[in-house]
Design a binder for this molecule. Structure first.
Ligand code: SAH
Ligand code: DHB
Ligand code: MG
Length: 222
């Protein structure tokens, strides 16, 4: 099994199951043309987020890490007319590309992009007494994942679902002695989730157009 086969199967899944809307390709192309890194979620994972939002009746989404807004748009198109996606981004250029993409996808009124370091934006949401979020997607800088999980818990209610991207990274998560802060961050967040009595959680390994990786899925239970 290799990446080429994984990529072809992702394309088959996308062509067979996913909505046939050219806006998603346009959004990725705008990111590429803007020089953004090609690290948006895969289309099948975008659709998983979309299905979760609809299946759970999610109205309020919190996303940490916007990039070109690709995952944001999958979720924004699922929250319904009363729904809202708050997405946090550090890089002003990424934010600019994302805002153009939100307009392209017709979700400008649904998405609130907050520019700045996510830990600060999260603290501000807390200070503002923001209503709890129904789903949180953590996908920004990996070393800060433990901080993001703590903030996500503060901004959650019983029943909130927390999805954490990139927790496998070709199996590097196994390396307890890694001096890569990204590996240490994803490993710590999994340990933190496992030790947290308020969470019921799992993690799944994935292969596909983004290589070999995985995501964690946690339910706030208390
Ligand atoms: N969720 C997006 C991909 C996000 S990539 C998608 O799947 O379509 C990670 C993003 O997090 C990048 O745009 C990066 O600029 C941003 N980021 C990195 N460090 C950050 C920080 N400290 N605060 C907020 N965003 C950050
Ligand atoms: C990277 C970040 C991501 O969120 C992702 O899905 C893939 C790769 C990265 O920083 O390399
Ligand atoms: Mg990711």
């Amino acid at each position: 099994m290799d990446d080429e086969r994984w990529n072809a199967v992702d394309e088959f899944i996308s062509g067979t199951l996913l909505p046939d809307d050219p806006v998603y390709a346009d959004v990725l192309r705008a990111g590429e043309e803007g020089g953004l890194p090609p690290i948006s979620v895969s289309a099948p994972l975008g659709m998983l987020l979309h299905v979760l939002v609809r299946a759970l009746g999610v109205r309020r989404v919190l996303e940490v890490g916007t990039l070109a807004g690709y995952s944001t748009i999958w979720m924004a198109r699922a929250v319904g007319p009363e729904g809202k996606v708050v997405t946090l981004e550090l890089d002003p250029h990424h934010a600019e590309v994302a805002r153009a993409n939100f307009a392209r996808a017709g979700v400008t009124g649904t998405v609130e992009l907050r520019l700045g370091p996510a830990v600060e934006s999260l603290a501000r949401l807390d200070d503002e007494g923001a209503d709890p979020f129904d789903l949180v997607f953590i996908d920004a800088d990996k070393p800060s994942y433990p901080d993001y999980l703590r903030a996500a818990l503060r901004l959650s209610r019983v029943g909130t679902v927390i999805v954490v991207d990139n927790v496998v990274r070709e199996g590097r998560v196994l390396d307890a002695d890694s001096d890569d802060p990204a590996v240490a961050g994803t490993r710590s967040v999994l340990e933190q989730i496992g030790a947290e009595p308020r969470l019921a959680a799992t993690a799944l390994q994935t292969v596909g157009s983004k290589g070999y990786d995985g995501f964690a899925l946690a339910l706030v239970t208390g």
